[in-house]
Design a protein around this ligand. Structure first.
Ligand code: SF4
Length: 346
């Protein structure tokens, strides 16, 4: 049994402009000790998908369908109080993009971490403080004893993100969700934080979901990757396989537009056009309005996931008949969510 199993997740926002189908039928798994990268452009639905796991979607947004199984338990059955007491921060921690918005400016960093430890574990105040200093040391903060007594504004951006990672680790969670955690940092600090994530995975054997728009970053930390486009999962594969053998035209375009050690910036090929609205997505394949190899059927049929190889699936009709071998069709029944898939032709 995987640590986390997400099946056919759908999260919609009921706005005056219409129903925003932000996440529409997304499935993926995360194993213990594995880092799963969730990748895509802004607006792909990555953050909404991971916030849905923890019940962090607020009205007008709602999780309208799907199973979220964590250690075999269905989190969609949990009340808000159960999620707060038994899941968030204890079993699953969330690291936000902007550390300053997650740290309280009026308390010292050490106080904020030790309070979490005291709240969730049966330890004395002194023991919680000792564990806090140890955690700050673990995440590479120098002079952790002194630093624990400082306020967030006395930390640099990279140090604040390290403090947030220490906070996420404070209750020894089984799963960490890191939502664009290095976007606000400069490149050197970003590299150090990515290295830290790699160390954490090894030391704590924690499952991790790493959300990012940057496939180059994914390469540093992720074992497997899911590529999202306009609320749907376009392709999933182990990272090396995805990098060497991308199958979905969107993944191929994303890779061509990504800076890597072996691709110079002048060789980049930006993706044409922009992502359509999730209120009235294109009928059939949602990527078809930007896809250079779209054909007639792409506007008529919604692509299911095709097995491309071991642990590798792509939702593209090009793999319907043969392609690479003999892809097997998975049925993807759509539950009745009150939203049709008429979608505008653009
Ligand atoms: S289904 Fe059609 S439009 Fe969609 S990615 Fe495949 S070829 Fe392109």
């Amino acid at each position: 049994m995987a640590l986390l199993e997400v099946e056919d997740l759908r999260t919609y926002f009921y706005t005056e402009a219409g129903i925003v189908q932000a996440v529409d039928g997304v499935s993926f798994e995360v194993e213990r000790g594995e880092t799963f990268g969730l990748v895509g452009e802004s607006g792909a639905g990555k953050s909404v998908a991971v916030k849905s796991l923890l019940g962090l979607i607020r009205p007008p947004g709602h999780v309208v369908a799907g199973d979220i199984r964590f250690k075999g338990e269905d989190l969609t059955e949990y009340s808000e109080a159960e999620l707060r007491e038994q899941v968030r921060g204890t079993e699953i921690s969330y690291i936000f993009q902007d550390p300053m918005s997650a740290l309280n400016p009026v308390f010292t960093v050490g106080t904020q971490i030790s309070e979490i430890i005291e709240h969730h574990r049966d330890v004395s105040h002194g023991e919680a403080w000792d564990q806090t200093v140890e955690l700050l040391d673990d995440v590479g903060i120098p002079d952790p004893g002194e630093r624990a007594n400082q306020y967030p504004h006395e930390f640099s951006g990279g140090m604040q993100q390290r403090a947030l990672i220490a906070m996420a680790l404070s209750c020894e969670p089984s799963l960490i969700i890191a939502d664009e955690p290095t976007t606000a940092l400069d490149v050197t600090i970003q590299a150090q934080i990515l290295e830290l994530f790699d160390d954490i995975k090894t030391k704590y054997d924690t499952g991790m979901i790493y959300v990012t728009h940057d496939l180059g970053v994914v390469r540093e930390v992720c074992d497997r990757v899911g590529v999202m486009y306009l609320g749907e999962m376009a392709e999933t594969a182990p990272y090396e396989e995805l990098y060497r053998n991308p199958k979905h035209p969107y993944t191929q375009a994303l890779l061509r537009s990504t800076v890597t050690a072996d691709r110079r910036t002048d060789a980049l090929d930006p993706i044409e056009g922009s992502m359509p609205s999730a209120v009235d997505p294109p009928s059939g394949c949602r990527y078809r309005t930007r896809c250079p190899v779209a054909f007639d059927d792409c506007s008529r049929a919604e692509p299911p996931d095709y097995d491309i190889g071991p642990d590798h699936a792509a939702a593209c009709l090009r793999y319907e008949e043969g392609g690479d071998g003999d892809p097997k069709l998975h049925e993807t029944g759509r539950p009745d969510t009150g939203v049709g898939r008429t979608g505008g032709d653009r």
